[in-house]
Design a protein around this ligand. Structure first.
Ligand code: SF4
Ligand code: SF4
Length: 403
């Protein structure tokens, strides 16, 4: 098996202190060192040095969520996310997982994804049929196919008096575009409130889901295409944490993507910087108890924690309650809930118990995967808790409109 030359060196940064163990959701559930960051690093290193067969490493790498809570906890700055991507790349080159690749190809092509989501509504429980789930994961399916949002839940937009200050581009993406058009609409409206017009461009998938699975060549190809399709002089605003986190790190993959990485910003960071908290203070607001779930690729991947909280706290009438273990992965993790359903379900149940303990009427977060997965829990529990993207919550506060 041939691995990226940087992998061996990246592994040496781990001093085996174990500070990452308690932060790791899969270790928390299993108490098995092989399902911890330190254990996985040790396994990859042993296999790379020829002391262990890769077949003993692969299941533990596959069980990793890629949540990167270990990076936040690590005092030595171990780049665990990159290690996992490079190790997966080598394994993928050795034994391509064609079913996973087909799943990704369909999901990240909006035309195909639309048909897939429509057909999935006909399946019992909107879940993968048992033979297909057995092929993908060896376990019964847990994730229900999400239902695309209706196109227009918003009241008419009154163009605000705020003078125009500039233009930005919004990453429409692949899954976001198909499943969450109302989130995109909320994002556009918030940007306009902040004084920015969204320049409409035809651009697609950023390759983040591919990168997380170790399909780095596909990720590079998609990212280059995205870069070529976007104007080079405008900030790229992203409302999907997983996409934003990947794009910001694409310089690792291809130095030519560095300028794209540098002008990419999460929507909450942009709005916070542009002073939306002050405007929110004048908004009609909402009568809700709100809690906030940190999407892993916002909190751990991009270090974005304060800006969404500050914006939510600025909503008149909203009572904000902290979510216990708010930055612990919910188990969605890209396509993890499809390829590792059992662990994903365990983590969803834990996340839901924490949400329920807050008494919140709304849970907000900034990533489509978390959104769809936590919404599934809310439906299953017949709960009244609404699951919203942070942008939806903020726009609803401006409109005084209950979503
Ligand atoms: S915290 Fe960092 S250095 Fe310590 S064991 Fe974990 S990955 Fe290695
Ligand atoms: S990325 Fe998440 S699941 Fe994977 S080792 Fe790190 S903390 Fe554990």
């Amino acid at each position: 098996v041939s691995f990226h030359p940087a992998l061996g060196e990246l592994l040496t940064h781990c001093i085996r202190c174990g500070f990452c163990l308690e932060a790791c959701p899969t270790f928390e559930v299993t108490a098995d060192e092989r399902e911890s960051p330190r254990g996985r690093i040790y396994l990859v290193r042993s296999a790379l040095e020829g002391q262990l067969a890769w077949m003993h490493v692969e299941p533990h790498l596959n069980a990793c969520l890629g949540c990167r809570a270990c990076e936040t906890a690590c005092p030595s700055g171990v780049q665990y996310g990159l290690i996992a991507e490079l190790a997966r790349q080598g394994l993928e080159a050795r034994k391509p997982n064609l079913i996973r690749k087909a799943l990704l190809t369909g999901l990240t092509n909006p035309r195909v994804a639309r048909v897939q989501f429509a057909l999935a509504r006909l399946l019992p429980g909107r879940r993968l049929p048992p033979p297909l789930s057995a092929l993908l994961s060896g376990q019964p399916a847990e994730a229900q196919s999400p239902i695309p949002q209706s196109m227009d839940p918003w009241p008419p937009f009154e163009v605000p008096k705020t003078p125009l200050r500039g233009e930005v581009v919004l990453l429409e993406g692949c899954v976001m575009r198909v499943l969450f058009p109302a989130v995109h609409e909320a994002t556009r409206r918030l940007l306009r409130r902040a004084g920015y017009r969204v320049r409409e461009v035809h651009a697609g998938c950023c390759g983040a889901l591919h990168a997380h699975c170790g399909l780095l060549e596909d990720a590079r190809r998609l990212a280059r295409k995205l870069d070529a399709d976007l104007p080079a002089d405008l900030p790229l605003i992203v409302n999907s944490a997983g996409c934003g986190s990947s794009i910001k790190e694409y310089a690792h993959l291809d130095p030519e993507l560095e300028p794209l990485a540098r002008r990419t910003l999460d929507i909450t960071v942009f709005l916070f910087r542009e002073g939306l908290c002050d405007q929110l203070a004048e908004a009609p607001g909402l009568d809700d108890v709100v809690t906030y779930h940190d999407a892993c690729h916002l909190a751990h991947g991009q270090g974005v924690r304060d800006e969404p909280r500050a914006l939510i706290a600025a909503i008149p009438g909203a009572r904000v309650v902290p979510l216990p273990a708010s930055d612990t992965c919910c188990g969605s993790a890209g396509i993890y809930n499809v390829v590792q359903p059992k662990m994903a379900r365990e983590l969803l149940e834990r996340k839901w118990a924490n949400i329920a303990s807050t008494g919140a009427t709304v849970v907000a977060s900034g990533n489509p995967g978390c959104h769809a997965w936590i919404e599934q829990a809310s439906r299953e529990k017949a709960s009244k808790v609404r699951v919203l993207h942070t942008a939806e919550l903020l726009e609803a506060a401006f409109c005084g409109h209950r979503l």
